[in-house]
Design a protein around this ligand. Structure first.
Ligand code: F0G
Length: 359
């Protein structure tokens, strides 16, 4: 086999697609499992820490893994139209794969709550955009109803089982790269599809004896948008991490089951913990993620503080989306970083270089 050909070709025997399924891949998957250099130094204990950098998928988030399968299945069933609700990344991915497959794509978005990069993608990939004066949960309710009323339209949110099937391949890749499952897997939880998918993937590899153990699944929500942690629907979820600003996750029960079956947990982190992790990843690890993705590291830092990690633990954190998705968020930090404006003068520039030495 030559170079990487996408998750369907790589894991075809573990995916529900027919042998001669339409080939619409953008070569999603095969994302790097980047070792952390700083965290094992900081926390010792023989920790091995990795980032599964899903921001390097074709549309810069993990959604592409699920979307390539969902769109392939839509084509197999001769559907011509797809629909989704989204905080942005699902919309961007659905729009891109629908464009490639010549399908009509409708995306329902909570108005004014979508990061600019994601909106740009949905627009440029030619999706028809329906902005709703409401929350993500309102848009989700709408598309579920619409898909029921119009069965000829395929719903491509993660309530569609094909999405989960595609996204479970990230767990396969991690096991393939490490030679086994990690001890702990940490990821952000929004609509709760991804934790459902990873847990399914880890269980399948374990059942096939391709890994010797199952990881503890640790899912983290943002404190102001933590319905699972609080055990109740949040009517007006708030967090800077717009991707996971969700008050009534569609896969709520499956996320709880993943945490329980794996002896893990669903917990929450504060916005300031998310921001600290976001800055750490960018300034110390050289990895730029969107705020929701920094939730994984914020969760890791929280469990390190709780001091519950055993020695020689292998930890994998999913970094779900690229930092360029949300330029307005990073822009809010520009004034707090060293920044100079000078005329084209070598003397002035030398002054800056000299002053930097003193800092
Ligand atoms: N991280 C990012 C960057 C996301 O976009 C999402 C979800 C999550 C984490 C949470 O994953 O929903 O499977 O628990 N984004 C969805 C969307 C809701 O519409 O793009 P989840």
């Amino acid at each position: 086999e030559r170079s990487w050909q996408g998750i369907i070709k790589q894991y075809r025997d573990r995916l529900p697609v027919c042998a001669n399924c339409p080939d619409i891949t953008l070569l999603e998957g095969n994302t790097p499992l980047i070792p952390s250099t700083k965290l094992p130094q900081l926390f010792g204990k023989g920790l091995k820490v990795y980032f599964k950098y899903e921001g390097l998928n074709p549309t810069a988030s993990f959604k592409d893994r699920g979307m390539v399968v969902a769109i392939t299945k839509a084509l197999e069933q001769n559907k011509r139209t797809v629909i989704c609700a989204s905080t942005g990344n699902t919309a961007a991915s659905a729009a891109a794969y629908a464009a490639r497959a010549d399908l009509k794509c409708f995306v329902f978005l909570p108005r004014g709550k979508i990061a600019l990069g994601k909106l740009s993608q949905a627009v440029m990939h030619g999706a028809e955009i329906v902005e709703i004066d409401g929350s993500f949960d309102d848009t989700m309710r709408m598309v579920i109803k619409l898909a029921a009323l119009r069965p000829e339209i395929e719903l491509v949110n993660s309530v569609n089982p094909s999405r989960i099937e595609g996204q479970k391949t990230a767990a396969f890749e991690i096991c393939d790269a490490l030679g086994d499952a990690p001890d702990i897997h940490i990821l952000p939880v929004g609509n709760a599809g991804n934790i459902t998918a990873y847990w399914k993937g880890y269980k399948e590899y374990h059942e096939s004896k391709l890994s010797s153990k199952l990881p503890q699944m640790l899912g983290f929500q943002a404190e102001g948008a933590a319905p699972i942690v609080k055990g109740k629907i949040i009517e007006n979820p708030t967090t800077i991490a717009s991707a996971i600003r969700i008050g009534n996750p569609a896969s709520w029960k499956k996320a709880v089951a993943a945490a329980r079956e794996s002896s893990g947990k669903i917990d929450s982190v504060t916005d300031s913990e998310i921001i600290e992790a976001y800055k750490f990843l960018a300034t110390k690890e050289g990895i730029f993620v969107e705020p929701a993705s920094a939730v994984s590291l914020a969760g890791f830092l929280k469990i390190c503080k709780e001091n519950t990690l055993a020695k020689n633990t292998t930890v994998v954190m999913t970094l779900t989306g690229h930092g360029l998705k949300d330029p307005a968020f990073s822009e809010s930090f520009f004034s707090s970083f060293p920044h100079h404006q000078i005329p084209p003068s070598i003397d002035k520039a030398l002054e800056i270089l000299e002053n930097a030495k003193k800092r």
